[in-house]
Design a protein around this ligand. Structure first.
Ligand code: UD1
Length: 338
């Protein structure tokens, strides 16, 4: 089966490319490299010993997208290409709606034109941001979120569900990721955030490497065991494996399947910080800062549906996440920039 991966040079995309190639899938990648580097593709080739057909194009460019379908004739698509920074989405809502929503529509129209019936879509646990009851299962979906990025995920899920309703031959997996962290154990590919990281683990990694001075822990008065925010961290390689399982599921399926991809375990900011200190052997200075606007106390997955229907179970724990992140960070202090 040949899979077209949109956004395949990005953080989750590049790890998924490795997992797909190792599982025996053929792939091609389309990525405009706006927030990623071609170096990631070269390193995936180096890790797998396989050459990847690559197109530096935007999925918003319909003609370019069609010519990729024309040449590659994919059997399935995994759609990662999107903007993903919550704070930025509040400042630039139109850019987020344009890229994420139009991008998904452009892809669905092209799939229709070329009769491609299988799609795996990158959704997010952000669709659960208004849910109070933990853990969240796929039915907890509340159609409410706190920011434009989150709305694009809710909207794209709905656009895809409606498209599937209109064409019963479509077979789609909507994957709701919790907090992906860590890196490939080789240290060759990993997360390469532009500028100062917004997310916890890349920030901690840059404190450990001396690029940043100290972590601000956003709030220690949440109703959680140690007062700091609790999230469901998932190793990016486990997440990548989840895509392979989802692809196998939709290969013979029909309709829309929605799955949480998380570990099912909540871990606090301070627990993550201490795990990283242990894995890296470095002390991480921190201060307690006010809560970050829009944050919630805790969110973690009920991953039982993915386990039951896909056989998905995380294999890497918090220590593995920290060890592999530190391996990537210490060998690539400036990410992919040489
Ligand atoms: C964020 C996004 C979410 C996205 C996910 C991808 C927000 C509000 N949400 O989730 O939509 O799907 O990333 O992984 O940005 N923290 C600190 N100090 C920091 C950074 C974070 O204490 O410098 C804390 C946060 O308050 C939170 C936890 O660490 O409790 C995790 O934060 P983060 O990594 O930004 O992820 P989320 O906010 O869960």
């Amino acid at each position: 089966m040949k899979v077209l991966v949109t956004g395949g040079a990005g953080y989750i995309g590049s790890h998924t490319c490795v997992a797909l190639l190792e599982a025996g899938f053929e792939i091609a990648v389309i990525d405009n490299l706006d927030n990623s580097s071609y170096e990631a593709i070269e390193r995936v080739e180096e890790l797998t010993g396989k050459k990847i057909p690559f197109y530096k194009e935007s999925i918003l460019d319909k003609a370019a997208l069609e010519s990729v379908f024309e040449v590659e004739k994919p059997d399935a698509v995994i759609h990662f290409a999107a903007l993903k920074a919550v704070g930025e989405s509040v400042r630039k809502p139109l850019e987020y709606y344009h890229t994420n929503v139009f991008g998904t529509i452009s892809l669905l129209e092209t799939m229709r034109k070329y009769d491609v019936k299988r799609l795996v879509y990158s959704s997010s646990a952000t669709v659960y941001s208004s849910v109070k009851e933990m853990p969240v299962n796929e039915q907890s979906f509340a159609y409410v979120t706190t920011n434009p990025y989150g709305w694009t995920k809710i909207m794209c899920e709905q656009i895809i569900r409606d498209t599937c309703h209109a064409d019963p031959a479509l077979s789609v997996a909507l994957l709701r990721y919790f907090n992906p962290v860590g890196a490939h154990p080789s240290g060759r590919i990993g997360e390469d955030p532009a500028g100062i990281p917004n997310n916890l683990m890349p920030y901690i990694a840059q404190v450990a490497s001396g690029k940043l001075q100290k972590l601000s822990v956003y709030g220690n008065d949440y109703p959680t065991p140690d007062g700091t925010g609790v999230r469901d961290y998932i190793h990016v390689c486990d997440l990548a494996d989840g895509h392979v399982l989802a692809l196998r599921k939709i290969a013979d399926g029909q309709g829309v399947y929605t799955y949480n991809l998380g570990s099912g375990k909540g871990t606090s900011v301070l627990e993550m910080l201490h795990a990283f200190e242990k894995a890296s052997g470095r002390e991480i200075p921190y201060v307690i800062a006010p809560r970050r606007a829009g944050d919630i106390a805790e969110v973690y997955a009920d991953p039982s549906l993915a386990e039951k229907e896909l056989g998905f179970k995380t294999k890497r724990d918090v220590f593995d996440m920290c060890k592999d992140l530190w391996n990537w960070q210490s060998h690539n202090p400036n990410g992919y920039t040489k």
